[in-house]
Ligand binder design. Structure first.
Ligand SMILES: [Zn+2]
Length: 100
């Protein structure tokens, strides 16, 4: 069953699911990286912990992309630019360029 776990999005280490004893919260399942100890957070069900772990890399990538685009928009909102400069920045943002 361990093979259904994606590798760690931070260090590519092997992940494993773990079950703790009775917790006050009732959340007893977690998936964590055996190498760097990054975790899914605690969940009520093993399947929830596995889903949280396996979608973590996607969530982190989406958050990074949103932050990158927000940075471009903030720069455009805060800076007095010529129309062609706005278009250049927008094209760079769409092309995925990180620099500003
Ligand atoms: Zn790791």
């Amino acid at each position: 069953m361990q093979s259904e776990l994606k590798p760690c999005p931070f260090c590519w280490g092997r992940a494993r699911s773990a079950e703790a004893g009775p917790e006050v919260t009732g959340m007893a399942f977690i998936v964590e990286c055996q190498k760097c100890k990054a975790g899914s957070g605690w969940h009520f069900k093993k399947a929830e912990a596995i889903t949280a772990w396996n979608t973590r890399a996607e969530r982190d990538a989406l958050k990074a992309e949103i932050e990158r685009l927000r940075g471009k928009l903030q720069y455009m909102a805060d800076t007095n630019l010529a129309d062609d400069e706005y278009r250049t920045i927008a094209r760079e943002a769409l092309a995925g360029k990180a620099e500003q």
